[in-house]
Design a protein around this ligand. Structure first.
Ligand code: FAD
Length: 291
């Protein structure tokens, strides 16, 4: 199938982008790396009147450290995130997620903003941003607003963004002392979207786990925060018995729909598998750093 006809315009600045949006109307759409959008056009899943190319806007680029935050421009490619020392040191969950996203050619063009705005429930970065308590900066000709990652994702391919708005930046709190992270997923082939995955951020003190953010992907219509599994861990030392308790509690957090990868029971089983792997990795990491 061929893409429908559309106009094309390239924005040089944010103001330019908003001017072009006003000119082409709300049925136009932003083009970042094109790695999801161009495929959806080819399948005629969307038919925008115009594509407004935002890939040349300098204000959407870059990774900066300051005020206890890592600030990532929405136009930053997956490859740049994976190569960033700032991301590796201060938001290592994101660095660990990058090799799981598609393949090198796609990571060279695909952007974090495109991934978050597209809101595929099986994508890694939305779940990571929820687990890291990220804040997203949304801008339009009318001004700027901030939305927490937890409130940003509304469903399959649906977000808090209005048609007039651009996601301009992602703000991630830097990793705190005692905080550990883990990303695990099951895929059919390397580079495929996940069948089930977890982004986990856990804080431990001597007495045990003090905070746990367990966020699942490919298991609902958006990143799913597992409140009961997290509660099962809080206040206890992280060990094999706690992993069993958390895996059992997970059934109260998830109600995965069946999909091409399996029926609901299979999906729940895969969720428990990735949870167990993620927590076992955290135990190993802790033991290694104590040795
Ligand atoms: P585009 O395709 O340009 O845009 C996607 C959507 O987001 C469009 O609706 C666009 O209007 C909107 N948009 C883009 N930027 C903004 C912005 N700043 N503000 C508001 N709206 C915006 N992703 C994964 O996470 N995991 C995978 O395993 C994975 N596997 C893939 C395998 C294949 C074969 C392919 C083709 C893609 C895969 N992807 C995967 C998707 C890839 O990560 C894309 O890079 C990403 O989903 C979209 O980024 P993009 O910059 O290309 O956005």
């Amino acid at each position: 199938m061929k893409a429908p006809e559309f106009a094309y315009a390239r924005a040089a600045t944010l103001d330019d982008a908003f001017r072009l949006k006003a000119q082409h109307g709300l049925d136009s759409c932003w083009l970042a790396g094109g790695q999801s959008l161009l495929a959806s056009l080819a399948f005629r899943l969307s038919e925008p009147t115009a594509l407004i190319d935002i890939s040349g806007i300098a204000a959407l680029q870059g990774i900066m450290l300051g005020d206890g935050l890592v600030r990532i421009g929405a136009g930053t490619t997956h490859a740049s995130l994976g190569a960033s020392h700032i991301v590796r040191q201060h938001a290592p969950l994101i660095a660990d997620a990058i090799p799981h996203i598609a393949h090198t050619a796609i990571r060279n063009r695909g952007t974090i903003g495109g991934s978050l705005a597209y809101a595929d429930p099986a994508a890694e970065l939305p779940a990571c941003c929820v687990a890291l308590d990220a804040t997203f900066v949304l801008a339009s000709a009318a001004g700027e607003r901030r939305v927490s990652a937890r409130e940003f994702f509304h469903g399959v391919y649906a977000t808090a963004l209005s048609d007039a708005e651009l996601l301009t930046a992602i703000e991630l709190p830097i990793q705190k002392s005692g905080e550990q992270h883990s990303l695990e997923e099951v895929t059919r082939r390397s580079g495929d979207y996940a069948m089930a995955g977890i982004a986990a951020v856990i804080t431990c003190a001597d007495a045990g786990v003090t905070d746990a953010r367990l966020v699942f992907f490919a298991l609902g219509d958006r990143p799913v925060v597992a409140i009961n599994a997290a509660a099962a861990l809080i206040g206890h030392p992280l060990d094999d018995a706690e992993i069993d308790r958390a895996a059992l509690a997970l059934a109260r957090d998830l109600d995965p729909p069946g999909d091409l990868n399996g029926n609901p029971a299979t999906k729940l089983h895969l969720a428990q598998v990735v949870l167990r792997r993620a927590l076992a990795k955290l135990i190993n990491d802790r033991a290694r750093s104590a040795a």
